[in-house]
Design a protein around this ligand. Structure first.
Ligand SMILES: C[S@@+](CC[C@H](N)C(=O)[O-])C[C@H]1O[C@@H](n2cnc3c(N)ncnc32)[C@H](O)[C@@H]1O
Length: 202
């Protein structure tokens, strides 16, 4: 059985008990380097995941008789590997264990309800900003190409009244959550891994 475990935004305290129990009882744990580092106590076989997802699926399909825990950051089905795997691995062999998303955690810190929230991502795509910025409450997981300052430029270009809140290194000791007016977000400001929340100005 392949278990895809949402391990939360980073700090081990945010891994669910269900996830921890499955990891501890697994024969093999697969994950990105950063995610494997978060399960220091696991003594079984750890395999670092490369970027070739086709290879990963071939490996998983050939080993469904083993108890494999595949670590995914946050929640696997929020812009994570859950979608890719659920479209390729028979559902009888796949068990997705939800985790706390970086987006969810970010909203708890603001704090603000997630009702009617539009969740999107800039990973590997140029977001449709006309659509994204038409919503009053947006959360975006970002990549290095489209982050806080690019989002701010799109807001300024449309002359919209928005507030941009940037959450970096969520759950880690260097966590930083900062509200900005779009005009403050110049290219010179560099950010660590972040979630961006875009709200209509009140
Ligand atoms: C591929 S997405 C995965 C999102 C994940 N499935 C979730 O639910 O949190 C990776 C992006 O999530 C955001 N992210 C994940 N963990 C984070 C953290 N600890 N602090 C800030 N952003 C984080 C960043 O935008 C990062 O580029």
């Amino acid at each position: 059985m392949i278990y895809v475990i949402g391990i939360g935004p980073g700090d081990q305290d945010y891994l669910t008990q269900a996830g921890a129990q499955i990891i501890n009882g697994a024969e093999i744990v697969i994950g990105a380097k950063r995610n494997l580092e978060s399960i220091k106590d696991f003594k079984g076989l750890k395999l670092e995941m490369g970027s070739n997802l086709e290879e990963l699926v071939i490996y998983l399909k050939a080993n469904t008789d083993k108890k494999i825990a595949l670590l995914a950051s946050g929640d696997p089905l929020i812009y994570g590997i859950g979608k890719y795997l659920s479209e390729r691995i028979p559902h009888t062999q796949l068990n997705i264990v939800p985790g706390i998303s970086a987006v969810q955690y970010m909203f708890s810190r603001i704090p603000l309800d997630m009702n009617d929230l539009y969740i999107t991502s800039s990973h590997g795509k140029k977001p449709d900003f006309d659509r994204v910025l038409s919503y009053p409450k947006v959360a975006m997981v970002t990549d290095h190409l489209v982050g806080p300052s690019q989002i701010a430029q799109e807001i300024l270009r449309r002359n919209l009244k928005k507030v941009v809140i940037v959450g970096e290194n969520l759950t880690y000791s260097n966590e930083k959550i900062t509200p900005f007016k779009p005009e403050e977000l110049t290219d010179e400001i560099k950010f660590d891994r972040n979630v961006v929340v875009i709200l209509d100005e009140k």
